[in-house]
Design a protein around this ligand. Structure first.
Ligand SMILES: NC(=O)c1ccc[n+]([C@@H]2O[C@H](COP(=O)([O-])OP(=O)(O)OC[C@H]3O[C@@H](n4cnc5c(N)ncnc54)[C@H](OP(=O)(O)O)[C@@H]3O)[C@@H](O)[C@H]2O)c1
Length: 273
């Protein structure tokens, strides 16, 4: 069995099998942290773990955790298990996400899929892990997207009558960015939260942008720097790369954030009932 060293920082990177998450997990391990690598299923997780170790990552500081974010019960179980196991969590990187499917799709929990995977699941996971983040005086890094700036929240139906994949993706990132600001209020001085558009990087998700990106490895230093205790960040802030930036107006709207908090709690309660 792996034994966690008591001195190293503990980091959870969601969606670390591919794209931006994989080199970020790798870089944290190389920096001496104990890393919990999250995957949606055991197979893709084990493949990523094998690849990381083959690439030279230290296996004694690498742990695999699995939860499919299309199932909120799996997310809740993962959050409970980690909260029971870890005395403290230094950094939670909510990175896992999907590009919105071509057609409106609901999860078995009855929620529009993009909204659930990209926002509601990280919301639930973070809620479960808040006491451990507080024990560490940790950081939550929500990987957002600058597409959130052009988004709205369709409060009543989430995907609305008309469904556009890019709008669904942007809506999920707007919700995540709004939540980050609310987290800063909840966490107070106990932990710090920020959201970040890391840049545009080659990945399976990139077709959403219709753009050519940088190699995904180049995102890792941005996320590890933001996660460093030595790098001061604005609590609740939205970053583009390493720079504080202006988020969508709705992020600054306290009433809208309260409405999102209520919607999120209602959706989670009805899914886990
Ligand atoms: N790439 C860009 O240019 C860009 C720009 C701005 C923001 N972002 C954001 O950066 C983050 C990483 O994206 P990426 O570009 O690296 O995409 P990616 O290569 O597609 O990686 C997404 C990760 O999320 C995991 N995932 C997918 N569906 C999941 C589910 N149902 N449950 C749990 N995990 C799931 C994937 O696991 P499997 O591979 O095993 O399915 C993978 O590890 C996302 O939040 C994205 O919105 C990316």
């Amino acid at each position: 069995m792996y034994k966690q060293t008591s001195t190293s920082r503990t980091i959870l990177v969601t969606g670390a099998t591919e794209g931006i998450g994989y080199p970020t997990a790798r870089r944290f391990v190389d920096d001496g942290a104990t890393v919990y690598l999250h995957a949606p299923d055991q197979d893709s997780g084990e493949q990523a773990m094998t690849r990381l170790v083959k690439d030279g990552a230290e296996p004694l500081r690498l742990f695999l955790v699995v939860a499919d974010f299309t199932c909120l019960n799996e997310v809740a179980c993962l959050g409970d298990a980690l909260a029971a196991k870890l005395p403290a969590l230094d950094v939670l990187i909510n990175n896992a996400a999907v590009a919105a499917p071509e057609r409106r799709t609901c999860t078995p929990d009855g929620v529009e899929l993009t909204f659930q995977v990209n926002y509601l699941a990280p919301y639930l996971l973070t809620t479960k892990l808040m006491p451990r983040l507080a024990s560490a005086g940790g950081k939550v890094i929500n990987v957002s997207s600058m597409t959130h700036r052009g988004a709205t929240i369709k409060w009543k139906k989430l995907a609305g009558d008309q469904y556009w994949p890019l709008a669904a993706y942007a809506q999920s990132k707007l919700a995540l960015t709004m939540y980050t600001k609310s987290l800063a209020d909840v966490g107070g001085a106990a932990f710090t939260a920020l959201s970040v558009h890391p840049g545009v990087f080659e990945s399976r998700l990139l077709p959403v942008y219709g753009r050519v990106g940088q190699p995904a490895e180049e995102a890792a230093p941005i996320l590890t720097t933001l996660g460093s205790p030595a790098y001061p960040v604005a609590n609740g802030g939205y970053y583009e790369g390493l720079n504080l930036a202006k988020p969508a107006a709705l992020v600054e709207n306290a009433r809208a954030r309260m409405r999102l908090a209520k919607l999120s709690a209602d959706l989670v309660r009805s899914a886990l009932h």
